[in-house]
Design a protein around this ligand. Structure first.
Ligand SMILES: [Zn+2]
Length: 267
């Protein structure tokens, strides 16, 4: 829904919507916010089948396997073309700030192509999908370089980078988590995340001490999550695999984030 709403420019000034809050569930839902360009109130209405926050789907996707009922294929194609035009250089050629922005574009492009493929694929669209997903992987592979440049990644970026360690058929074990952290480099003094602890060989878990970051940010990184009553434990779905995430909260602030990569349910 957020993705669908983000495709609709403000009727008054043409700006793309900024932050929108979800109201309602199971039936009529609304996204409500203000235009970041002119302050005009924005209101998007959708009919939901079930609680939208209770249907875990892949972090890069907008829903389960069925094609979107609210975004048309031509809108996805147009969005993909717009994003492609913005990503003109390989990730390794970009400085930290530019890298962050283009990486976000590459992620959004991956979402657009994965959703487009749900309407049916042919050889050409599959080639296109591989191109877009390979490009996102190139950003993922280049992320440690940006860390070393001092590009301060937020909690959202940390969480996404960890999710990227999960493949369609593979999950990281403790040794590969250690390799990832070695590549990532030590936490920086002003970064959102402080100490990082990896579990022992029998349990591939990673625990982040969080200096700054909110539950809303995490939910943005994980897309739809299945929430526990206190939102301290939830399930996320990445590349078709389910992972257990627990957070220690202080109000809306996340103090600790633990991701358990042990084998769990797989669709
Ligand atoms: Zn506006």
């Amino acid at each position: 829904m957020h993705f669908a709403a983000s495709l609709v420019p403000c009727a008054k000034c043409g700006a793309a919507p900024g932050r929108l809050d979800l109201h309602g569930n199971d039936g009529p839902c609304s996204l409500i916010g203000e235009c970041p360009g002119c302050g005009e109130p924005l209101h998007f209405h959708f009919d939901c089948d079930g609680d939208p926050l209770d249907r875990p789907h892949d972090a890069l996707e907008l829903g389960l396997a069925e094609p979107s009922q609210i975004i048309a294929p031509h809108e996805l194609r147009a969005e993909l073309a717009r994003l492609d035009a913005r990503i003109t250089q390989p990730p390794s050629a970009l400085a930290a700030d530019e890298w962050q922005a283009r990486c976000a574009d590459a992620r959004r492009a991956a979402t657009a192509i994965l959703e487009l493929c749900k309407f049916g694929t042919d050889g050409q669209l599959e080639e296109e999908r591989d191109r877009v997903l390979d490009r996102l992987e190139a950003f993922t592979a280049d992320a440690p370089r940006v860390w070393r440049l001092g590009g301060k990644l937020r909690l959202v970026d940390e969480a996404r980078a960890l999710m990227n360690q999960v493949g369609r058929k593979t999950r990281p074990d403790a040794a590969s988590l250690r390799r990832y952290i070695a590549q990532r480099g030590a936490p920086m003094p002003d970064a959102d995340v402080g100490a990082i602890t990896i579990g022992d060989e029998s349990r591939p878990t990673i625990e982040l001490d969080v200096r700054r970051g909110t539950i809303d940010e995490l939910e943005a990184a994980f897309a739809r999550v299945r929430r526990a009553a206190d939102r301290g434990a939830f399930e996320v779905k990445v590349a078709g695999q389910r992972l257990a995430v627990t957070v220690k909260l202080d109000g809306k602030n996340v103090r600790r984030l633990t991701i358990d990569f042990s084998a769990g349910e797989t669709d």
